[in-house]
Design a protein around this ligand. Structure first.
Ligand code: UDP
Ligand code: MN
Length: 320
């Protein structure tokens, strides 16, 4: 679809970003995100970039467990005049070190397996937290995604959050064919587009509310109807059940595409980036930066310094 001129101004806090992770990736993947883009997705410039929260506050936040809602976490942060982080981390195991760094961690109590059911369980919790948060936009990313928050806000500001908006990048070049269980012994073919979860996608509040008959408290059973992963289930609800078409955006990137093809000169416009393996080769954004490939294999630190040169840990004299 065509983008309208900016329809509304968006504040960082209007966008709820859900990062899906698992206990074993907290050190390996999540710490990098906290040091880079997550620390920039905040409403108040209260804490210096990269500063950690006082331990007492973390204890206080821990007191609200086992299931602090995102709204409850926001109000704790607000009452302590802490920056309101727009990003929430959905994981499957407790981690003191992580809780010390950010209050916005939700233990979904979903299984830590890489199964379809476990991943749908996390998506269901992400969706519920978004609805409860009252925010305008829901965006889902994986823990190997870099989110360019400024570009994301620019993109979403072009669409009305009250209308039906589902935006992301399809991973296939045609609609996925699935078999829908309509009842106990009735099946029928169904096809629809879906945005690949590994590139990140966003859904307007207007659309998210319409999804609730199939998503709120029923996401797992809806996923079972087509027996496909969580991101496909989102596409099934939006396209097949609600008839709302996916808006394709080339600004979202997963490691299932050749990331070397994203030009470094266009990083400012890209909404999400990634790193990982592709056709059994290392796949990452190709850019010269202040950090070597050995020191920064994901390239996320170099990308972050390119986008936010005022970051304290970025070398100041480097040419990049
Ligand atoms: N993940 C998870 N539970 C697992 C394994 C992975 O929640 O048991 C999450 C992981 O943190 C990431 C996403 O699922 O956000 C995709 O995992 P990964 O990048 O390892 O696999 P991919 O599907 O990209 O090959
Ligand atoms: Mn991945």
């Amino acid at each position: 679809g065509h983008r309208q001129p900016p329809a509304e101004s968006l504040a960082p806090h209007d966008v709820f970003i859900a990062v899906k992770t698992t206990r074993k990736f907290h050190r390996a993947r999540l710490d990098l995100l906290l040091e880079t883009w997550i620390s920039r997705h905040k409403e108040m410039p209260g804490l210096p970039d990269g500063a950690t929260l006082p331990v007492e506050l973390c204890k206080c936040q821990r007191g609200t467990r086992p299931h602090p809602t995102s709204r409850a976490l926001d109000s704790v942060n607000r009452s302590y005049q802490l920056p309101l982080l727009g990003t929430f981390i959905f994981t499957d195991g407790d981690d003191e070190a992580l809780a010390r760094r950010t209050g916005n961690v939700v233990n979904t109590n979903c299984s830590a397996a890489h199964s379809r059911q476990a991943l749908s369980c996390k998506m269901a919790v992400e969706y519920d937290h978004f609805i409860e948060s009252g925010r305008k936009w829901f965006c889902h990313v994986d823990d190997d995604n870099y989110v360019n928050v400024r570009a994301l806000l620019r993109l979403l500001a072009g669409y009305p959050h009250t209308q039906d908006v589902y935006i992301g990048k399809p991973s296939l070049d045609r609609p996925i064919q699935a078999t829908e269980r309509v009842s106990e012994n009735k099946m029928r073919p169904v096809h629809f587009w879906f945005a690949t979860g590994g590139a990140g996608f966003c859904i307007s509040r207007g659309l998210a509310l319409k999804m609730s008959p199939w998503a709120r408290g029923h996401f797992m059973s809806t996923a079972e109807r087509i027996r496909l992963p969580d991101d496909c289930t989102i596409g099934y609800i939006v396209e097949a059940l609600l008839g709302v078409p996916l808006i394709r955006s080339g600004l979202f990137h997963s490691h299932l595409e050749n990331l070397q093809q994203v030009p470094a000169s266009e990083l400012h416009e890209q909404v999400t980036l990634s790193y990982g393996m592709f056709e059994s080769k290392r796949n990452a954004i190709h850019m010269k930066g202040p950090f070597s490939v050995e020191a920064d294999p994901s390239r996320f630190r170099s990308i972050h310094c390119h986008l936010y040169p005022d970051t304290p840990w970025c070398p100041h004299s480097a040419v990049f």
